[in-house]
Ligand binder design. Structure first.
Ligand SMILES: Cc1cc2nc3c(=O)[nH]c(=O)nc-3n(C[C@H](O)[C@H](O)[C@H](O)COP(=O)(O)O)c2cc1C
Length: 290
């Protein structure tokens, strides 16, 4: 079977624990705000990364792509809030019962790995019904102030999580080519692929994705065995880093479903001002349910 563009066998993308801690300390020095790390449960050294992040002074930890029951006690003991990312009412309930300090409901419109094929406005109300005590945050496809007003006002979300919209800001430190891939994406370019993590992943079509979807063997080989269960279809970590660094043809460009609607690269300040004024224009408080 033909093979395509294998990437270097030794991954440059896997941070050592020392590098991870140095990154967190650097981020803490750069802001008075809250520094949160997102650690996939699917990574092999998940708990080591959790503990090292706490030791380095991270303020909160978000976790998805699987479910850790052990992380909540570790967070409580250290005084570090744990945010669970879920994609079903069952896991929402389990996360609250297990001790999550906040819960993100991530729906199919999101970028990256997906735990559901259900739309946010369909899924969120079901999780809202069963999560009663902790903040519930909506994620997936939110890109305007109108979306924010709708999720908070109509659907009763306590907040929203946005990724794709903020990639297209001046401050986002991905390569310019990555931002251009977002700006140039058309509706039909947004596809789902099977990720070696074992979940579908939402990405923008490019030569790598086209060849993978056509069934060609990629042949990246296995690098650092970074995942608990890797499908070995290709090296997910390397392909993501390649794209972030500007190789948007052979790298994997993760993106949300609504990326094709975005047409500009504002500063974060400009974007926040726009989102807040749009949200204020459209916000209507949810009716109080007795
Ligand atoms: C480029 C990119 C990389 C992402 N990587 C991760 C990740 O490593 N872990 C994670 O839990 N979610 C990840 N996500 C999902 C986001 O955290 C977020 O929940 C989701 O994309 C929200 O939808 P939106 O992009 O439409 O705003 C990623 C999203 C994008 C666009």
């Amino acid at each position: 079977m033909p093979r395509i563009a294998p990437v270097a066998r030794k991954s440059a993308s896997h941070l050592s624990i020392d590098e991870l801690q140095a990154d967190i300390r650097r981020a803490k020095q750069m802001t008075k705000g809250i520094v949160t790390i997102n650690i996939m449960f699917a990574v092999r050294n998940f708990m080591e990364m959790v503990k090292a992040s706490i030791e380095a002074g991270v303020d909160m930890i978000a976790t998805g792509a699987g479910f850790s029951r052990d992380i909540f006690k570790v967070g409580k003991d250290a005084g570090v809030p744990i945010i669970s990312i879920v994609s079903s009412p069952e896991f929402g309930k389990l996360a609250e019962r297990s001790g999550a300090d906040a819960i993100v409901v991530e729906a199919k419109e999101a970028g990256g790995h997906l735990g559901t094929d259900r739309a946010l406005r369909d899924l969120f109300p079901e999780v809202r019904k069963v999560v009663k005590k902790v903040p519930l945050i909506a994620a997936g496809g939110i890109s305007t102030g109108k979306d924010i007003a709708e999720m908070i006002g109509k659907f009763g979300a306590d907040g929203v999580q946005m990724a794709t919209r903020f990639v297209l800001t001046k401050e986002c430190d991905v390569a310019d080519a990555f931002k251009q891939a977002y700006l140039n994406a058309k509706h039909e370019d947004i596809v789902l692929i099977k990720s070696p993590v074992g979940l579908p992943g939402r990405a923008i079509r490019n030569p790598f994705v086209d060849q993978y979807l056509s069934g060609l063997e990629i042949g990246d080989g296995c690098c650092d065995a970074c995942l608990k269960n890797c499908g070995h279809e290709f090296c997910i970590a390397n392909r993501l880093v390649m794209a972030r660094n500007g190789d948007t043809k052979e790298g994997l460009v993760f993106s949300g479903e609504n990326v094709w609607t975005l047409k500009d690269i504002p500063t974060v300040r400009e974007l926040f001002d726009r989102l807040v004024s749009e949200a204020e224009e459209y916000y209507q408080p949810a009716p109080i349910v007795p």
